[in-house]
Write a protein that binds this ligand. Structure first.
Ligand SMILES: [Zn+2]
Length: 198
């Protein structure tokens, strides 16, 4: 459950452990847009709402990137009216799909408990709030909802039926180790413990 291919399709928001108070915090992926015209770069470099980065290498070569960190700014992107021609505040909306559309790990960590709000580079599943060590392997879920789906999946006798829900992509990748009869009850106990605390 720790391989990069397995965690790549992640929801736009996940539950993480707060780096300040160890409480339940939320992480929301930033959205990034390619700046096509060089003359537009200074706008994004100077804007307090965007983060500019020159991204080198990768399959797309070098490119100018404009990041927007959802949840970081008091002023909403919606209110911005001076974007360079060809851009709309909606360009930085999350995709309509459940999962994030890019492979970058940057986003906003926010904690209701201690009030911390900051940019964060996600390290998964290390940062996962919902995680448990079961016989040396880490069992994790993205958030409470996916943990409940995971619980039902582990407990089910007929798992095929549960593979069509919104968390099917996630459930299909649950290592079979956790589903074995002799490990299952241990996994369920740990999941219930996590559910009871939040
Ligand atoms: Zn906190």
């Amino acid at each position: 459950m720790t391989g990069p291919y397995e965690w790549n399709p992640m929801p736009h928001q996940t539950s993480v452990t707060c780096i300040e108070c160890d409480g339940l915090a939320s992480f929301e992926f930033a959205e990034v847009l390619r700046i096509e015209k060089k003359e537009d770069v200074p706008y994004f470099q100077d804007s307090p709402l965007f983060d500019y980065q020159f991204v080198q290498g990768g399959i797309h070569g070098n490119w100018h990137a404009a990041f927007y960190f959802h949840g970081l700014h008091r002023r909403s992107l919606e209110a911005v009216s001076d974007l360079p021609a060809g851009y709309s505040p909606h360009d930085w909306d999350h995709s309509q799909y459940l999962y994030r559309s890019h492979g970058l790990d940057l986003g906003t960590l926010s904690c209701r408990k201690c009030g911390l709000v900051l940019k964060h580079k996600l390290s998964w599943p290390t940062d996962a709030y919902y995680q448990a060590d079961i016989r040396g392997e880490t069992l994790w879920a993205f958030n409470r909802e996916s943990l409940i789906a995971l619980r039902n999946y582990v407990a089910a006798t007929d798992r095929k039926k549960l593979r069509n829900g919104p968390w099917s992509g996630f459930l299909l990748k649950v290592p079979t180790n956790f589903l074995r009869r002799n490990v299952r009850s241990k996994a369920l106990k740990q999941i219930d413990r996590l559910l009871a605390t939040t």
